[in-house]
Design a protein around this ligand. Structure first.
Ligand SMILES: [Zn+2]
Length: 432
């Protein structure tokens, strides 16, 4: 009994502490776990997984009493997608191999079904004219060519190697067999032919028959950015904006799910945690939260917002985009540091004052996440990502269980302090 009371007291003090420091790692973890769970289907285009995620984010924003923007927190948009809602299966000489773990398809891989012959193209076959003509003389529609041995080799006839690597000789498909990791991406259009990427050690030296079935589908996908704000107490027309994309790659067939825990359930969790924090601690400027759709397929959600802003872009005094936020043992990288040196200097000062992260690395402009179109439109913006010992990227192993969240608290406080510094200066809005 006494122990129970003691635990209750600890819990009570703990929750007070959380309020004091702002961040809530337990809450962030719970958000990530939910976003990576089965009913979210990898937050892609199979079973409208991204829509399930959007509903969850909207619900959380409402819970924190964030004021809705758009239509009940949604800004609707659409784009074409290729997706894989049904079968994706391969057998090598009748032995099954598994999508996601053993192999992946190329982005936009077209539908295919049947039995095919497999031919290993040795680099010597490229330079030997007889051998090369033999390959060209085959009925290549019946073949998948294993071509990874051709990469990076010097040839007497480099144009022949190029012909094979780009499949201008019109084989049914290509196979690259020695990949360290299987990194996938979504696509808007069908690729011209299937390419199969196998993890190293999976594809046997000798294979005679490849049995394959890929059910690819195409649709115009209706989706949404999810967004709201907390009104500033002193200068409500000025905004600090936090952004994080919530979409990921979805599924590849019936079994392979890409959960996207680090990319970017972690950033969404921090976004929601920041909303929770500012709801409890009303800020001097208005603070907006935008969870973007369609980042992985080409920054579509953020592009759409910049073209159709629901906050005047000129009123944004700082935009912080968070993508890949689960590590931090090696520090944080700030994309756009060289674009906004004055702001970057203060980011560093905040980090030194709080002794948060071991290092803040400056990086130049890069169109590698949702800050990009804001930067182009003249909004002072950064893309923050954390660095550490984590190597899962766009693969099926980027799971909730794999995350350490080792510097989440420190990164949260740094971001809170930096945004706070920007808001306590009551600067007139800077134009770039
Ligand atoms: Zn990402």
């Amino acid at each position: 009994m006494k122990k129970a009371i003691f635990l209750l007291l600890i819990t009570f003090l703990g929750s007070n502490n959380l309020k004091l420091f702002g961040q809530d790692l337990m809450y962030a973890r719970a958000c990530i776990k939910t976003l990576c769970s089965e009913p979210f289907y990898g937050r892609g285009y199979v079973q409208n997984g991204d829509k399930v995620a959007a509903q969850f984010i909207r619900q959380e924003l409402a819970k924190h009493k964030v004021i809705p923007l758009g239509e009940k927190y949604f800004q609707n948009l659409g784009f074409p997608v290729i997706y894989y809602p049904n079968e994706v299966s391969i057998q090598l000489d009748d032995q099954p191999v598994f999508a996601g773990n053993d192999f992946i398809l190329n982005p936009g891989c077209p539908s295919i079904k049947g039995n095919y012959k497999v031919l290993l193209i040795d680099s010597s076959m490229v330079d030997n004219t007889n051998e090369f003509n033999k390959i060209k003389g085959l009925n290549l529609k019946q073949y998948f060519l294993v071509v990874d041995d051709l990469k990076g080799k010097p040839f007497n006839h480099p144009e022949r190697a190029e012909l094979i690597l780009k499949n201008q000789i019109k084989a049914k498909g290509l196979i690259f067999k020695n990949n360290k990791t299987l990194v996938w991406s979504p696509a808007m259009e069908f690729a011209p032919y299937p390419i199969l990427y196998f993890k190293a050690g999976i594809f046997p030296n000798l294979v005679l028959k490849l049995t394959i079935r890929v059910d690819a589908a195409h649709k115009i996908h209706g989706t949404q950015n999810v967004l709201g704000y907390i009104k500033g107490k002193i200068q409500p027309d000025s905004f600090v904006v936090f952004t994080a994309h919530y979409d990921h790659l979805g599924k590849m067939g019936n079994d392979a799910v890409f959960p996207g825990a680090n990319d970017n359930a972690s950033g969404v969790a921090m976004l929601l945690d920041l909303a929770k924090h500012y709801a409890q601690n009303p800020p001097p400027y208005s603070v907006a939260f935008i969870a973007f759709a369609g980042e992985e397929i080409g920054l579509i959600g953020s592009y759409f917002f910049v073209e159709n802003p629901l906050i005047p872009l000129a009123n944004i005094s700082l935009l912080l985009n968070m993508d890949l936020m689960s590590t931090g043992d090696d520090g944080l990288t700030a994309v756009n540091a060289t674009e906004f040196p004055y702001l970057f200097e203060h980011l560093n000062l905040c980090n030194i004052a709080g002794q948060y992260l071991p290092n803040i690395a400056p990086r130049g402009k890069s169109p590698n996440s949702d800050h990009h179109y804001f930067t182009e439109a003249g909004v002072p913006s950064f893309f923050f990502y954390l660095r550490g010992n984590y190597h899962h990227y766009h693969d099926v192993d980027d799971t909730y269980e794999a995350l350490t969240m080792s510097k989440y608290n420190e990164a949260f406080r740094l971001i809170r302090d930096f945004a706070g510094w920007r808001m306590t200066n009551y600067l007139p809005i800077e134009k770039k």
